[in-house]
Design a protein around this ligand. Structure first.
Ligand code: ADP
Ligand code: MG
Length: 396
C-alpha cells in the first residue's frame, strides 16, 4: 500500500508547493488540444490541492521529442484548456531548470497553478538523471504522482524526484488505479473471470501467465484466439496469427487446467468490410480464403454468461475488429456483459486504450467499476510487475 494524497488531509498544507506529475500527453491538432480527457482527469487532484491552499506546479511529458525542445511537442496549448477548466490563470514555466522557474513557483499565491514545459525536452528525463530530478525538486516542497500512465517508466519526473521530495504520495487518479488494478486483484472476489483479446498475443503472454493461477477462467477473443486455434491444429485461413507464438500458446493451453476458454464459433469474412461475405462458423471450419474478424454471437453469449456470473472481471482487448462494424458485435456484447455484472455487484475493470474506446462507443463507460487510463502501465500491473513510479512513493 502506498501513501495517498487523502492521507495528507489535516496536515499544514497551506502555502506548500505541490510538485505534481500529471499525464497531459494529449493529442494536438493545429496547435490545439483535440481531446481534453486527460486534463479533465487530473482536475480532482489539482482542485484538492488548491482548496487546501497549496501552490500547484504541474509537470508532464507530451509525445516523444527525443530530449530536445520542439515547438510541435510544447505543452503550451494545455494552458488555455487548464485555465478555462479551473477558472483561474495558469503560469507557464518554459525552462524548469532556470532560477527564474524557482522564483515563479515561490511567488505563486495560495491556490495558484503553474505548468512546466514538456519534461521530455530534457535528455535527463528518460535517463532518470539525478541533476534533472534535483532541478524538479527545487520547484516543489512535496511530491504528488497522478500520472498512472507513465508510472511504469523510471524517469526523472516520475521516479527520481519522488526520492527527493517528501512526502511523495499517489494523487487521486493514481490512487484509484492502484485500488482497482492492484489491490482489488490481490484478493479478487470469486468467481474471477478475465477477458482478453486484441490483435496480439505477444504483448499479453505475461498477463495470461500471471492471471492463470488467480482466475477461474480466461475468456479469449480477438486475433489472439487465432494463434491458440493454430496451436490446437485448426485451420485459421487468412486470419492474423503470430506464427512465432504458436508453441507458447500450445504450452499455455497445456498448463491452463481448462481455464483458457476459446470461442466455439467465430465470425469470418473474405475481407474486412461491412459488405463482405460474412458468416458464423465453427472454429474447426475456418476456410482457407477467409479471416476471423470477431467472435460469433453464440460464443459472445457463452462469454457473457461467464461474465455475468462473476464477482470480479478484468477486460483487456476487444473481441474483434470493432473499428469496422459489424465486427464490433462481440466486443459490444462483452461490454454489455460487464455492465450487467457491475449492476449485479461485481467489480469490473477495463484496461487498454482500444477496449476503453469500445466501451465508450457503446456508451457504457460509467457502467463499469473502473476504466484504466494507463495502457502499458495497467498491463504491467496485471502482469504483477512493480511500477517504478509507484514504488518510489512513500509507503502508507
Ligand atoms: P487494447 O488497446 O484494448 O489493449 P489491443 O491494442 O491489444 O487492445 O488490440 C486492439 C486491436 O486488435 C484493435 O485495433 C482490433 O481491430 C484488433 N483486433 C481484434 N480482433 C482482431 C482480429 N480478429 N483480427 C485482426 N485484428 C483484430
Ligand atoms: Mg491498443
Amino acid at each position: 500500500m502506498k501513501r495517498r494524497l487523502a492521507s495528507l488531509d489535516g496536515q499544514p498544507l497551506e502555502g506548500q508547493r505541490a510538485f505534481v506529475r500529471v499525464d497531459f500527453n494529449v493529442p494536438l491538432q493545429d496547435g490545439r488540444v483535440s481531446d481534453t480527457t486527460r486534463i479533465d482527469a487530473a482536475l480532482p487532484t489539482v482542485q484538492w490541492l488548491r482548496e487546501r491552499g497549496c501552490r500547484v506546479i504541474l509537470a508532464s511529458h507530451l509525445g516523444r521529442p527525443k530530449g530536445r525542445p520542439s515547438h510541435e511537442f510544447s505543452l503550451r496549448p494545455v494552458v488555455p484548456v487548464l485555465e478555462s477548466a479551473l477558472g483561474a490563470p495558469v503560469m507557464f514555466i518554459e525552462d524548469p531548470l532556470s532560477d527564474a522557474a524557482v522564483r515563479i513557483t515561490k511567488r505563486l499565491k495560495r491556490g495558484e497553478v503553474a505548468l512546466l514545459e514538456n519534461t521530455r525536452f530534457h535528455p535527463g528525463e528518460e535517463t532518470n538523471d539525478r541533476a534533472l530530478a534535483e532541478a524538479f525538486a527545487r520547484l516543489g516542497d512535496f511530491y504528488v504522482n497522478d500520472a498512472f500512465g507513465s508510472a511504469h517508466r523510471a524517469h526523472a519526473s516520475t521516479e527520481g524526484v519522488a526520492h527527493l521530495l517528501k512526502p511523495a504520495v499517489a494523487g487521486l487518479l493514481m490512487a484509484r488505479e492502484l485500488e482497482f488494478l492492484h489491490d482489488a486483484l490481490e484478493r479478487p472476489a470469486p468467481p474471477f473471470v478475465a477477458v482478453l483479446g486484441g490483435a496480439k498475443i505477444s504483448g499479453k503472454i505475461d498477463v495470461i501467465e500471471t492471471l492463470l493461477p488467480k482466475v477461474d477462467a480466461i475468456l479469449i477473443g480477438g486475433a489472439m484466439a487465432c494463434t491458440f486455434f493454430a496451436a490446437m491444429g485448426l485451420g485459421v485461413g487468412k486470419s492474423l496469427v503470430e506464427p512465432d507464438r504458436v508453441d507458447m500458446a500450445r504450452d499455455l493451453l497445456g498448463r491452463g487446467e481448462g481455464k483458457l476458454c476459446l470461442p466455439d464459433r467465430v465470425t469470418v469474412a473474405d475481407r474486412l468490410a461491412a459488405d463482405a461475405r460474412i458468416a458464423s462458423v465453427s472454429r474447426d471450419g475456418i476456410a482457407a480464403d477467409v479471416a476471423v474478424y470477431d467472435i460469433a454471437p453464440e460464443a459472445a453469449e457463452a462469454f457473457v454468461r461467464r461474465i455475468v456470473a462473476a464477482k470480479t472481471v478484468v477486460w483487456n482487448g476487444p473481441m474483434g475488429v470493432f473499428e469496422t462494424p459489424p465486427f464490433d458485435a462481440g466486443t459490444i456484447a462483452v461490454a454489455r456483459g460487464l455492465a450487467s455484472a457491475t449492476a449485479r455487484g461485481a467489480t469490473t475493470i477495463v484496461g487498454g486504450g482500444d477496449s476503453a474506446a469500445a466501451l465508450a462507443a457503446a456508451g457504457l463507460t460509467d457502467r463499469v467499476s473502473h476504466v484504466s487510463t494507463g495502457g502499458g502501465a495497467s498491463l504491467e500491473l496485471l502482469e504483477g510487475k512493480v511500477l517504478p513510479g509507484v514504488a518510489a512513493l512513500d509507503d502508507a
